[in-house]
Write a protein that binds this ligand. Structure first.
Ligand code: UDX
Length: 472
């Protein structure tokens, strides 16, 4: 099928490349001509595992092309995927102006009927507005626009895999033709009929995704409800971690056992600095505003957001308690990205923590596998190291702010010998406290005891020696 993708950010690039990979003819456009020029030259502006190789292969095979001529992209497509950004406004609501602009462009330029697929994360009822704008601004009489919602659930760092092997594909439609067309677009993925460049031979064994067909309003709501639930799960784990600290329990043991209950599940129960990135924080805010405007008080979600904001505060209190005076201390930072396997620093907890350290007069040296270039643009006062050990040299404290698995593999005995004071504050609960303390480190994390249990806090009949095999 001839498909256009409008917006070449994370969602647009992964969607466009993925659709080309499974056999469609895809043309991607963006209103940033430099981005398009770079993409034409094979330069992918984001770090996302597998994306550059897959994009280059499809570009070479002439299934994927890039243009800054949005009109051409609109005219050539049978289906148009809107993948433009919906950043938060001051009041937390999603800014839908980019969607509105694209809708007016499509309405003005389309010469034949098209399926318009809303892929960007938008509040419920945006599809209805989209239909209205397309209708009002339609220039060519006789051209018909069918609107559908197809929310994306891609996670940065695993976005290519998530696209090719999703758990579910949600399509919100209001007519049979749109449903048929979207089924056709996703058929190779639904039936696993493509050679997957990520897993190669492992794919046929994977469970095929569930196709969920709903109304447009429901599809839009599914996205916000899913992300908000994940955010609440993380904040819940974080509060449990705080309780663990007070009663001498271990959050890893607690969440490990909780997660064995299939009704709860093990994922998104990692306590630490909380959720960042461009999706969860903004989706939570937008969902709270949507509920408020609909007359529903979503107190639970407001609290989850509040808990998340407090994580940085709590971490900074730990830093201050350990260092006493922050001014003039050498602080090493491992990890800048908002999570592992991405170079994205949008709403990353690291930024806020580093800003506070600098404001209090600390000297900060940082390392991240992928995110240093982006961070240095906004935090030039930080010294950046090309390898992780350098940040530990003579440091008074070392902070772990991103859960890169590579940090586990570092030679911590070597780090111990390099530091001015062997103090580690692990904001991601990445390391094993006992192993760190055995090496001689002063080690702090979230919700894990670093001292023996206070005897009167151990409930009678419960042994303090745990048998759970939670790692780290
Ligand atoms: C999220 C959704 O997961 C995805 O479905 C949606 O399409 C886009 O938003 P993403 O922003 O890539 O994806 O990150 P995600 O993996 O969800 O992590 C979000 C944040 O939560 C990160 O900062 C991560 O470090 C944090 N997190 C995650 C925790 O603090 N604890 C956890 O247990 C899991």
């Amino acid at each position: 099928m001839r498909i256009s993708v409008i917006g070449c950010g994370y969602v647009g690039l992964v969607t466009g490349t993925g659709l080309a990979e499974v056999g469609h003819q895809v043309i991607c456009t963006d209103n940033d001509p430099e981005r398009i020029a770079a993409l034409k030259a094979g330069v992918v502006p984001i770090y996302e595992p597998y994306l550059d190789a897959m994009l280059a292969a499809n570009h070479r095979a002439q299934r994927l092309s890039f243009t800054s001529d949005a009109t051409q992209a609109v005219r050539e497509a049978e289906a148009i995927f809107i993948c433009v950004g919906t950043p938060p406004l001051e009041n937390g609501e999603a800014d839908l102006s980019a969607i509105d602009n694209v809708a007016r462009l499509i309405a003005a330029e389309a010469c034949d009927s098209k399926l318009i697929v809303e892929k960007s994360t938008v509040p419920a009822q945006t599809g209805q507005q989209l239909k209205r704008v397309l209708e009002v601004y339609r220039r060519n009489v006789g051209v018909e626009f069918r609107v559908a919602s197809n929310p994306e659930f891609l996670r940065e760092g695993t976005a290519v895999e998530d696209f090719l092997h999703p758990d579910r594909i949600v399509i919100g439609v209001e007519d049979e033709a749109s449903e048929k067309q979207l089924r056709e677009i996703y058929r190779p993925i639904l039936e696993r009929r493509f050679q997957c460049p990520v897993h190669l031979s492992g794919c046929p064994a994977m469970r095929p995704p569930t196709l969920v067909v709903t109304t447009i309003n429901s599809a839009e709501l599914i996205k916000h409800a899913s992300n908000s639930f994940l955010a609440m799960k993380i904040s819940y784990a974080n509060i449990i971690a705080d309780v663990c600290e007070k009663v001498g329990a271990d959050i890893k043991e607690v969440t490990y056992a909780m997660g064995l209950d299939p009704r709860i599940g093990p994922r998104f129960l990692e306590a630490g600095l909380g959720f960042g990135g461009f999706c969860l924080p903004k989706d939570v805010q937008a969902f709270i505003r949507l509920a408020d405007r609909s007359g529903v008080d979503f107190g639970m979600l407001k609290e989850a957001e509040h808990v998340n904001k407090r994580r940085i505060e709590l971490f900074f209190e730990k830093i201050r308690q350990a260092l006493w005076v922050v001014k003039d201390k050498q602080v090493g930072v491992l990890g800048l990205a908002f999570k592992a396997n991405t170079d994205d620093i949008r709403f990353a907890p690291s930024l806020e923590i580093i800003r506070r350290l600098l404001a209090e007069g600390a000297h900060v040296r940082a390392y991240d596998q992928e995110a240093m270039d982006k961070t240095s643009e906004i935090l030039p006062q930080v010294r950046y190291s090309r390898e992780p050990y350098e940040v530990a040299q003579d440091a008074d404290a070392l902070l772990i702010l991103t859960e890169w698995p590579e940090f586990r593999q570092l030679d911590w005995a070597r780090i111990y010998s390099m530091m001015g004071r062997p103090l580690v504050l692990d904001g991601r609960n990445l390391l094993n406290p006992a192993a760190m303390m055995d090496l001689g480190f002063e080690y702090y994390s979230f919700g894990r005891p670093t001292e023996a249990l206070t005897p009167n806090l151990v409930p009678s009949g419960v042994s303090s020696a745990s048998t759970a095999s939670a790692s780290a």
